[in-house]
Write a protein that binds this ligand. Structure first.
Ligand code: FES
Length: 579
């Protein structure tokens, strides 16, 4: 057994202390009831496997199997793996919205890592919010950390066509509302869509965040796209288990890998993959934990010259399975590297640079991963809009929007709450046509705790029946990464804190100019000021518990909607302990 003076890793404070024999007895002794042999307590690296497995998070339902592969890799490298569960925020089940619990889960992750005897941690993440919550929590502790994503589901297939998670649902829902398909058709499509383990297989938030993990350098190359059921997913998990033990020995902590440069790389990759708007909020929150200054201006700056090359739904045609077979994120990174658009010396978890990992990647299908010169959309990235409605910014994803609406002035049709929206949107007497702009208020971080994914408002039935499938929609909400349309989101400050979005009234004209990043309410500033003074936001009923903590402390969308007291790196030292 290692002597105190030979202690190399933090877990030895628990398991190998000669000066605190009673503590050691308790920490080590109780672990023995699981049958761990004595030599595993000899001071070797202890690796936590942070698992978001839950049967209520179907996208992560296979994570016990992935954890087994990680465990085998850790053992092979001479480490001692210990799996532990954390709060699993399920996008498809949790109400009112999984995003409400991202920060709660991140607290769980942070405290579980810091409080337990581990020297390095493997993060198992998949469904939308599980990835940022684990990265945020781990960032605040800053141990050697490696990410392993669960991988996407296989392609959905329905009546001879591929059917993508989420994206297919929005289309089918519009068709159902327009009377084009029946309820039976709708259910049959549902059954055909989710046919294997894994997360949404469109370039929604889950696959986007998997790609962000890879482009931040936080996973082994190729992590994002391998399907959940592909044997290579399990081989990658195994290799990640092996690698984390080496990372502990090298003291390669998260802050040595994730820097401002890696965030800039990730933003550029997000543009090239046509990634989810949710990445804006999540990267801001992760950066906040790492004490790295990342703002909407960085999205503006880094988004320039980045075309969307990946032809995946919701922006394009294919799905993640096709993306993997075409070469995945490494090809996208390679194509950006070749144009000199990425910081090529950004370090990754395998100890190599992003350039060394990806520059030799091969593309096997140029229709799935298009070239820089012949992209899916020239203007990729996330567009930031500012103006008198959104002094702190709002965002739009051009690759999912309609070109004819990128410069448009229209009459506002306003909904004060999502409930009002649902009551009125299909009312035949609603004064609306396709040239109007739908405005939804009080769905921001505080207004609808968690900032619901309701920004991609369904269009009024009378507009849908004309065959129209897109209108400009403005809100302080988010939208699902699988959604599409000319949808302006994350308007900050939100209406619930009397941001100027609150001042918009029915009949006002709004002008949107995406190219020039402008969004203006064509009403005098005096009128806006007067309206805001008199405005009574529709506030949620929050009586206590975590929701109260959330509403009292959540920051605005442009700051990542983290809780204000969670920002920052608090490190891995536990100052006091007792037995
Ligand atoms: Fe879990 Fe889409 S619902 S990834």
């Amino acid at each position: 057994m290692a002597k105190d003076k030979d202690k190399k890793y933090r877990s030895s404070d628990w398991y190998n202390s000669k000066s605190h024999r009673r503590d050691t007895f308790v920490h080590r002794g109780w672990m023995r009831n699981q049958g761990h042999p004595n030599h595993l307590f000899d001071g070797r690296p202890v690796i936590g496997i942070c698992n978001t497995w839950s049967e209520l998070t179907p996208c992560n339902g296979h994570f016990r199997e992935i954890a087994e592969s990680v465990r085998r890799g850790v053992y092979e490298a001479g480490g001692f793996p210990l799996e532990f569960p954390v709060f699993s925020a399920s996008e498809s089940n949790l109400r009112p919205t999984a995003m409400l619990f991202r920060n709660l889960a991140s607290m769980d992750v942070e405290e579980a890592i810091r409080g337990n005897p581990m020297d390095g941690v493997v993060l198992l993440m998949g469904c939308d919010k599980t990835t940022p919550s684990l990265l945020m929590g781990a960032a605040s502790v800053d141990l050697p950390t490696i990410g392993v994503s669960g991988g996407p589901m296989l392609n959905g297939h329905h009546r001879g066509e591929i059917l993508g998670s989420g994206t297919g649902v929005w289309k089918l829902d519009a068709d159902l509302n327009a009377g084009v398909i029946t309820e039976e058709d709708f259910v049959e499509a549902e059954i055909s869509m989710s046919r294997s383990k894994g997360n949404c297989m469109t370039m929604g938030t889950a696959s986007t965040m998997g790609s962000m993990v890879e482009s931040l350098g936080m996973s082994l190359p190729g992590n994002a796209a391998i399907p959940a059921v592909d044997a290579r997913r399990y081989a990658l998990a195994y290799m990640s288990g092996k690698r984390i033990v080496e990372m502990v020995k090298e003291n390669l902590v998260m802050s040595k890998i994730v820097t401002k440069k890696s965030f800039e790389n990730a933003i550029k990759v997000n543009g090239a993959i046509g990634g989810s708007t949710n990445a804006v909020i999540h990267l801001a929150a992760i950066a906040g934990r790492m004490e790295i200054d990342l703002s909407l201006d960085d999205w503006e700056k880094c988004g320039k010259e980045i075309p969307t090359m990946v032809n995946l739904q919701p922006s394009g045609k294919y799905l993640m399975e096709d993306f993997y077979y075409a070469g995945g994120v490494p090809v996208v990174i390679k194509r950006l590297l070749e144009k000199g658009l990425l910081s090529k010396d950004a370090l990754t978890v395998n100890g190599k640079t992003i350039n060394e990992n990806n520059i030799d990647a091969k593309c096997w299908n140029d229709d799935v991963i298009k070239t820089y010169e012949d992209p899916l959309t020239k203007d990729g990235g996330i567009k930031i809009l500012r103006g008198n409605i959104a002094p702190n910014g709002a965002i739009l994803k051009p690759s999912a929007a309609s070109p004819h609406l990128m410069q448009h002035t229209g009459r506002a049709v306003v909904f004060e709450s999502v409930e009002e929206f649902h009551t009125k949107i299909h009312d035949p007497n609603l004064d609306v046509d396709e040239n109007c702009i739908l405005v939804l208020k009080n769905c921001g971080p505080k207004g609808y705790p968690g900032m619901a994914e309701v920004g991609n408002m369904i269009l009024p039935q009378k507009v849908l029946k004309k065959g129209v499938r897109d209108m400009i929609r403005i809100s302080d909400a988010r939208m699902s990464g699988t959604a599409f349309g000319t949808v302006i989101l994350h308007t900050a400050p939100e209406a619930a804190v009397k941001g100027p979005l609150a001042a918009v009234q029915n009949g006002d004209e709004i002008s949107v100019d995406v190219k020039n990043g402008k969004m203006e309410l064509l009403v005098s500033s005096e009128t806006i000021e007067k309206r805001l003074k008199e405005y009574n936001p529709v506030l949620p009923e929050v009586t206590g518990g975590y929701q109260k903590l959330y509403v009292d402390h959540v920051m605005q969308a442009d700051k990542g909607a983290d809780l204000d007291f969670l920002v920052g790196r608090r490190g891995s030292v536990v100052k006091r302990h007792s037995h």
